[in-house]
Structure formats: C-alpha cells, structure tokens
Design a protein around this ligand. Sequence first.
Ligand code: SF4
Length: 364
Amino acid sequence: MSAIKHNWTKEEILDIYNKPLMELLYEAATAHRLHHDPNTVQVSTLLSIKTGGCPEDCGYCPQAARYHTDIDGNDLMSVQQVKAQALRAKSSGSSRVCMGAAWRNVKDGEEFDQVLEMVRTINKLDMEVCCTLGMLTENQAKRLAEAGLYAYNHNLDSSEEYYKEVISTRGFSDRLETIDNVRKTNVTVCSGGIIGMGEKVEDRAEMLVALSTLNPQPESVPINALVAVEGTPLEDQEPISIWDMVRMVATTRIVMPETQVRLSAGRTQMTKEGQAMCFFAGANSIFAGDKLLTTPNPDVNEDMEMFKLLGLNPQKPFIKKMQPKTVEAQDSQYEALGEKPKWSRPEHTIERNEAAKEKAKIAK
Ligand code: SF4
C-alpha cells in the first residue's frame, strides 16, 4: 500500500482539482480502488439530538438563534428516543449514527452526561457512534471515548481565510484545537467542509491542505454542498454545479486516499447520475434519512433503489477500526472537571451576517 503524503501544497492540490475531468476521475478511482472496496458505500444516519437556539453565527446555518428561519427547535432528546431512532436506522441499513447538538461547545453537566449515555446505548447496538457537539476539551474527549464513541465530527468548513467571511463567533484555530483534543484519544476524526458558500476554488484547496496535512489525516471527510436556507446570511447563494462537487470529491480522494469521503448535505440537488459519478470519484458514504439535521435529504427507499441500480452494498460497521469498548458511568475513571476553557471570540463583523440578524429582528 502506498505511503500517505502529508505535505500537500495548495498549488499541488489546485493542479489536481483542475485536471481534465476524465484524467481526474481515472486517478481518483484508481486511488479509491487501492484503499477501498469500490462497490461498498457506508450509510450513516444523522440525528439532531438538540435542534436550534445556537449562539453561534455560522452564515450557512438555520439553527443559529440570531437568524429568522422556520426550523422547529427542540431540547435535548431522551436516551430512549435516540435508541429508538438508532434501531430504526440500523434496520434500514445504517451502520453509523451521528448525533448533532446545536451547541457552541460542550459543557460538563447533566446534558453532557445524557449524551454520554446515548453514546453507550448506540455502541451497544453495534453501530459506529459519532457526535458533533461543538468545541471540546481533552477531558470531555476522553469521557466520550470511554463511553464508546467511534468518531467525533468537527468540520473546518472552508479555508482559514474564508472562514472569517462565514463565522465571527469563533476562530479556525479553535477548530484545530478541538480536533487535537480528539486525537489525544482513540476516537477517530471526522472533519470536512461545505462548498458553494461563495468561496474561491483556492479556498477549497486550502481547506484540503489543512485537512490532508494533519497527521494522521482525518478518518472521515464529509463534503457538503451548501443548502441555502431562507433567513440565513447565505440564503441567496446559487447551488453549485455537480462538476464542482465531483472535482472536490475526486481531489479529496486523491489527497486523502484512506479516508472515508462522505457525500453529505446537498444530495437532494443531485441526480442519481451525479451521485454515481461522485461514487466513482471516491465518495464512499452517504447520509440517510429524510432530513440532514434541518435540511432536506433523499428518502431511504430512494437511496436503496439507487444502491440496487448501481450494484452498491451498504458497508458494515467497524471495517477500518475495532469497535470501542463501553465503560459504564459508574466505572468511569474521568470526572466532570467543570472546565470553562477560553475558546476565542474574534467577533469581527461580517456584513451579511449582521444584515440577516437585523432582518430577523424586524421579522420577530
Ligand atoms: S453550524 Fe453548529 S455551531 Fe454553527 S450555528 Fe449551526 S449549530 Fe451552531
């Protein structure tokens, strides 16, 4: 197996991204076959365990409390509700459950204890458990690992430079610090981004530099296409073309050959042919379920029809790494430290975020 390259430069990545398409596809499909079964695609289910009311200002997100969107917010789900949904997901072919909470960062306390219990419960269903809960300290990462967490998702979203055009309530370095905290445990890292937010191709390449130069590279990289939601600062962004998506997937596959590349938000805008091209280019995971957190997603039956049509099989769990053991709460060796880390608040001003906030104030 070829060695993994960890010193990709923006220029090298742009050269790959801009290759003639047939050459790019051939190279990506070749890298894919060297490291993965090309006929296997993981089906993951994303559960929004706590929706809306988020204090952050991510310009793409309908869950930010400051914007006026028509999502139905909900408090933290119960462990039983989560278990029921995980069982349903498993019976329809999912091998991974990703639980998302609209938080800036994790806070020690009852709610986090409840999330730890959810992790234990789903791990015992023999499914890969992933969480995306915002910024995280090392101790919190260790507690999640001990509960049986398989992956932690924390997206870089875009290049460091473009990040400042989308989010003003935290910095790019906070993201890297959380990823670093996860890396101090056995939990795998899931980190990717969103294309179609008005960034340049150079920003996409810079994001891939930031991800591919991590050592080890993230085990999982979701590539999202922006779903422009009314009321958010990015509501007027035009959908990206399928060609951008295919090029981004193929380039990700080439620079991170062992990674699970995930087709995430924006699949409803893609045809089956477009998705097939993404699978050929190296995508090997999709998110199932009629909603992705709060935005629409193809329904499971439609996805299963597509799998049949393309001769794809859903991937079994724990192919790349063994199932973690679950330590029960009473046997835990980590206590809640009640830390209050100083995550940054750059709070520069992003005009379109401010405008969306003002519009929301008027609407309320
Ligand atoms: S993306 Fe996450 S952190 Fe940002 S506003 Fe939405 S829920 Fe909050």
